[in-house]
Design a protein around this ligand. Structure first.
Ligand SMILES: Cc1cc2nc3c(=O)[nH]c(=O)nc-3n(C[C@H](O)[C@H](O)[C@H](O)COP(=O)(O)O)c2cc1C
Ligand code: SF4
Ligand code: SF4
Length: 284
């Protein structure tokens, strides 16, 4: 089965999604598939055409940002050439909800021409833990990765099935309005929410600038542009000198956030990954 080649395409700000992609890749490789990772987080990575025609199928992984896929996916995913190839999706979320992300991913990948067969929800530490939050700090754990291996086993089974069929999800209530709001959201400065900037001297390696998904940060000045920044905190996560910081607004907002969403640590820690193979498994 060595000739079955799968592309695992992922966006990952703080490497939660990346860690799941690597587990899925390892499982597929151990089981006779060729699986290649494509990290589409940096802006430049989405400027090079993805050679989808060289692969039997595609796995797409992404974090959930405010109930949706990161907004950059709206422009990029539909440019792929799916040509009816099999596809599976996984989204990672920080303990609140995966919201509309499955429906969003399915809409965009179907538009690109893929046959999306199933989707999955995986848990991971919240991005804003880098800015003082404390949501699912110990995730993903071995139990989470076990669900990712089940997902990979299903890819192996379903992608080679001669009579594959696509997943259809019910449209969530309020989807169109929420999507329009997400795509037209005011910049972080107007929301009194602060994008990262440099607080300490650094070695000027340039990684924050070259890896930023939306070209929002200037590594010379250490300032990010609040009109462009999507708050993925990728720059903070990869900075070798830990020189970047988010504003203290983020940390101060954490208790109010938990209260607003009726969230407790106990509830979040009991959430588990799940694979959605049927519209009935999706809870919206
Ligand atoms: C801008 C932004 C919005 C987020 N929105 C949500 C959300 O709606 N629900 C949730 O549970 N987690 C949310 N998170 C947390 C991430 O989905 C979660 O930490 C994810 O696993 C990060 O993956 P990554 O490290 O691969 O980027 C958000 C994170 C960011 C940066
Ligand atoms: S990644 Fe960190 S060390 Fe490199 S230029 Fe940016 S702030 Fe400086
Ligand atoms: S500047 Fe904003 S968009 Fe760019 S990597 Fe940093 S947090 Fe992400």
């Amino acid at each position: 089965m060595k000739n079955i080649k799968i592309a695992i395409v992922y966006f990952s700000g703080t490497h939660v999604t990346k860690s799941y992609a690597e587990v899925i890749q390892a499982h597929l490789t151990e089981n006779g598939f060729e699986a290649q990772l494509f990290d589409i987080t940096p802006f430049s990575a989405r400027r090079t055409a993805l050679p989808a025609e060289q692969y039997h199928g595609l796995i797409f992984g992404s974090p959930v940002f405010a109930d949706f896929l990161p907004c950059v996916m709206d422009d990029w995913l539909p440019t792929l050439r799916g040509a009816g190839k099999p596809c599976a999706v996984f989204v990672t979320y920080g303990g609140r909800t995966s919201g509309y992300a499955h429906f969003h991913a399915l809409s965009l990948l179907n538009r690109a021409g893929f046959l999306v067969q199933f989707s999955a929800d995986f848990l991971g530490r919240h991005t804003f833990n880098l800015a003082g939050w404390d949501m699912l700090s110990d995730r993903p754990n071995e139990q989470d990765f076990a669900v990712a291996r089940e997902f990979a086993a299903l890819v192996k089974k379903r992608f080679t099935h001669p009579h594959a069929h696509g997943l259809t999800l019910q449209k969530p209530f309020g989807y169109d309005r929420a999507l329009a709001e997400m795509l037209n959201r005011p910049p972080s400065s107007e929301r009194k929410w602060t994008n990262p900037r440099r607080f300490f001297t650094c070695s000027l390696c340039g990684a924050c600038e070259s890896e930023c998904p939306v070209q929002a940060i200037d590594h010379q000045t250490g300032m990010s542009d609040p009109a462009k920044c999507i708050e993925c905190l990728h720059c903070m996560h990869i900075c070798p000198d830990k020189a970047l910081k988010a504003d203290e607004h983020m940390e101060a907002y954490y208790p109010a956030f938990l209260k607003e969403w009726n969230l407790t640590e106990d509830l979040m820690s009991r959430k588990q990954g799940k694979i959605i193979t049927d519209a009935l498994h999706a809870s919206f």
